[in-house]
Ligand binder design. Structure first.
Ligand code: ATP
Length: 454
């Protein structure tokens, strides 16, 4: 597997991910997604939508980033969406106290520790500042991670507003609207992807933890009593989704949170962890949240958020199962999982093994001669481009062009040679095993279509 440093270099070199605000010296922990990264992100969201929305008869939502601040009061984010912040007196750097402890001993369950217990643990185990190595900390305090800004032209109190730290609340507050307009029956789910913002104390590990990121969340509404069945159903579906996308089984670990560490409203929480170079770490979480969120919003807004079962005539507040995944965390996992360097003829051949559905380009069109074969190659390119993202490359030796195509994860290389003008055939070369076959131009769309099936 690539090291973090190798992967950052790769992402920058090929146009997957750039440092944010680079020409101004950067802005720490912000990233821009280049031509390939933008396509990959879109394909990740499309894959998730296909499997978790379309396949399931669930529905989509696109709610605002800015919500009435009362939403965050009711959801508990204003009071509780905070991390334990600890500051080093020597170098003034700030850290998450729970992370300092779990980095030292991953078996310690910090969810069950209050600030005093964490301070005691850090002192008694002589844990040092990760930046300067000294052992001289301030008391731990609570740090709310919501980004605050002001709405409107006048900066006065009462105008404070927050950037959403998760997409989920937009779904809960639209529950009644969705029910009314779609006439869905329980059980059903609402899917949403979009930006979320968290003022993380210690962002890092490249795009693993940033302050601006994208989430793909599903709130699945079901009848009380059926939530365990649905939790297990989605937990398994999530693992299968990752494996189907090509993530190796050995790179996935399923961590079921112990009952004692769960939030008071939750009766099950599981993290799917990926094998990052720094160890297994959270990729995707699923939580059974009972009726906590709908009840909280019903109480605070005065709007009933319940469901009338048309068959039993019974009225109830639905229970919720919530799988929540970060787009960038999945993207990072896919890069670590898929990148391989092979030595061929004393040269490094880099290959990104990506599922064709996800690959930014499905094929690269390669004319052997720019001049004589260009027009035919361009025709093929434009015809394929109607259905799929394809690339065109006529610069450099064919070996170099193959290597570039493999390195960015393109599953097919389509070579147009002089025979093509007579036999209307091209050579198709497969990225993963480098096998080649000669096929009719008229078959290309079908071949790509079969390959990108999810
Ligand atoms: P962590 O423990 O890593 O801070 P969390 O348990 O707070 O994550 P959730 O609130 O469950 O995360 O968010 C759901 C998903 O959103 C996570 O599994 C992750 O994929 C993604 N995510 C959360 N925070 C970030 C972040 N700061 N940067 C990138 N992705 C994030």
């Amino acid at each position: 597997m690539y090291t973090l440093e190798q992967l950052v270099n790769y992402a920058k070199t090929y146009g997957y991910i750039y440092q944010g605000s680079e020409i101004y010296g950067g802005l720490a922990n912000t990233y821009d997604y280049g031509p390939l990264g933008a396509l990959l992100k879109n394909n990740i969201k499309a894959a998730w939508k296909k499997v978790f929305c379309n396949d399931e008869d669930n529905v989509m939502l696109d709610s605002s980033i800015l919500l009435n601040p009362l939403v965050w009061k009711a959801s508990g984010h204003l009071d509780n969406f905070s991390d334990p912040l600890i500051e080093c007196k020597a170098c003034n750097q700030r850290f998450r106290a729970d992370k300092i402890i779990s980095d030292f001993d991953p078996t310690v369950n910090t969810d069950q520790m209050n600030f005093l217990a964490m301070e005691d643990y850090i002192a008694s185990h002589h844990l040092h500042c990760p930046a300067c190595g000294k052992n001289n900390f301030e008391h731990i305090r609570s740090f709310n991670m919501m980004f605050q800004t002001t709405q409107g032209v006048v900066k006065e109190s009462g105008n404070e507003i927050f950037l959403r730290p998760e997409t989920a609340q937009g779904i809960f507050i639209n529950f009644k609207n969705i029910l009314r307009t779609t006439r869905k029956k329980i059980p059903f789910g609402v899917c949403q992807y979009g930006k979320a913002f968290r003022n993380e104390i210690t962002p890092g590990n490249f795009i693993f933890r940033t302050r601006e990121f994208e989430q793909m969340e599903l709130e699945f509404f079901c009848a009380p009593g059926s939530e365990v069945q649905w939790f297990n159903y989605y937990r398994e579906k999530m693992v299968n989704f990752l494996i189907n996308l090509g993530i190796k089984k050995t790179n996935i670990q399923v961590y079921d949170h112990p009952k004692e560490g769960l939030a008071h409203y939750s009766n099950a929480t599981t993290d799917l962890e990926f094998n990052f170079p720094w160890g297994f770490d959270e990729l995707w979480g699923i939580a059974s949240r009972r009726d906590f969120d709908l009840n909280a919003h019903a109480k605070a807004s005065g709007t009933e958020l319940n469901y009338l079962d048309p068959e039993s005539n019974e009225k109830y507040v639905p229970y919720v199962v919530e799988p929540s995944l970060g787009v960038e965390r999945l993207l990072l996992s896919l890069l670590f999982n898929g990148l391989e360097d092979y030595i061929v003829d004393n040269e490094v051949r880099t290959v990104l093994h990506l599922h064709p559905f996800l690959a930014p380009y499905k094929a690269t069109i390669l004319p052997l001669s720019k001049k004589e074969l260009g027009p035919t190659a361009k025709k093929i390119y434009h015809s394929l481009q109607e259905l799929y993202e394809v690339a065109y490359d006529d610069a450099g030796s064919i070996g170099k062009r193959y290597r570039r195509s493999d390195a960015i994860g393109t599953p097919l290389a389509i070579t147009i040679d002089f025979e093509t003008l007579n036999d209307k055939c091209v050579t198709v070369r497969y990225r993963d095993d480098m096998s080649q076959k000669r096929v009719k131009i008229s078959q290309l769309k079908k071949i790509i279509g079969a390959l990108v099936k999810l």
